[in-house]
Design a protein around this ligand. Structure first.
Ligand code: ATP
Length: 228
């Protein structure tokens, strides 16, 4: 069975997230997509983030509205951090290792990520191990080029100049295997929505329907979480 981890801040979950997850599930025959809400301790935050359970509640509502049996909300990061104790922090590699322990031999683990987030992958903790751990699905996003995907790899994994050209060409066709990394590109996902835009719209009391599902819009309006 193909199982996919889709990590994110989800502050809040929006139509871009569900569109990407649906396209990935269809293209790669994913039977489960785990929407894993990131639990970032205060000392690791570069900006204020909405409390965990508000974000988790919105993920649950967004998934219910998406009405897709393959989508599952996951609190795996919070669970892992709580087990480790106060002020601890789980990295992506920890989450992948934990998840893989529960898999059967016949299962295949994927990691879904937008191209904007993938561009930072070289800075991740144990980046090379993460990249070799499972199959990566990198999704297109308005404003970013999937052709840049090779440049995002850590220096030690960069294809040399003479293979870079075919790399980019074949990568754009859909899949590339290099230095133990299995990258699948998911193009044609073109939903121009970001969580930043949702928060801004909510703060200025604009309608949220074009960004988020009805249940998520209702939660944001009722709680006033983005009104400052
Ligand atoms: P923010 O605007 O606060 O930075 P965001 O919209 O990027 O948030 P995240 O929760 O940070 O949302 O994203 C989680 C994952 O979903 C990331 O891998 C990101 O690249 C991907 N993603 C988010 N929105 C889109 C979109 N519209 N199209 C493709 N991928 C997306």
């Amino acid at each position: 069975m193909n199982i996919c981890l889709f990590g994110g801040t989800f502050d809040p979950i929006h139509k871009g997230h569900t569109a990407v997850a649906r396209a990935a599930a269809d293209r790669f025959d994913l039977k489960k997509v785990l929407f894993a809400v990131s639990d970032v301790p205060p000392h690791k935050r570069s900006q204020a983030i909405t409390p965990y359970w508000d974000r988790y509640a919105m993920v649950a509502l967004g998934i219910r509205d998406a009405d897709d049996k393959r989508f599952i909300p996951s609190a795996i990061e919070l669970e892992m951090n709580q087990e480790k104790g106060a002020h601890s922090f789980s990295y992506t590699i920890d989450t992948l290792e934990r998840l893989s322990k529960g898999l059967k031999k016949s299962d295949r683990l994927f990691f879904l990520i937008g191209i904007d987030a993938f561009m930072d992958v070289a800075k991740w903790h144990r980046a090379e191990e993460v990249l070799r751990f499972c199959d990566f699905i990198v999704a297109s996003r308005p404003g970013f080029s999937l052709a840049d995907v090779a440049h995002a790899l850590p220096a030690s994994m960069q294809p040399s100049a003479h293979v870079m050209k075919p790399f980019v060409k074949s990568a754009v066709r859909g899949e590339f295997v290099h230095a133990g990394v299995r990258l699948h590109l998911l193009d044609k996902v073109n939903v121009n929505v970001s969580a930043t835009a949702v928060r801004k719209a909510a703060a200025s009391k604009r309608a949220l329907n074009k960004y988020v599902s009805p249940g998520v819009a209702e939660y944001i309006n009722k709680t006033g979480i983005y009104r400052g």
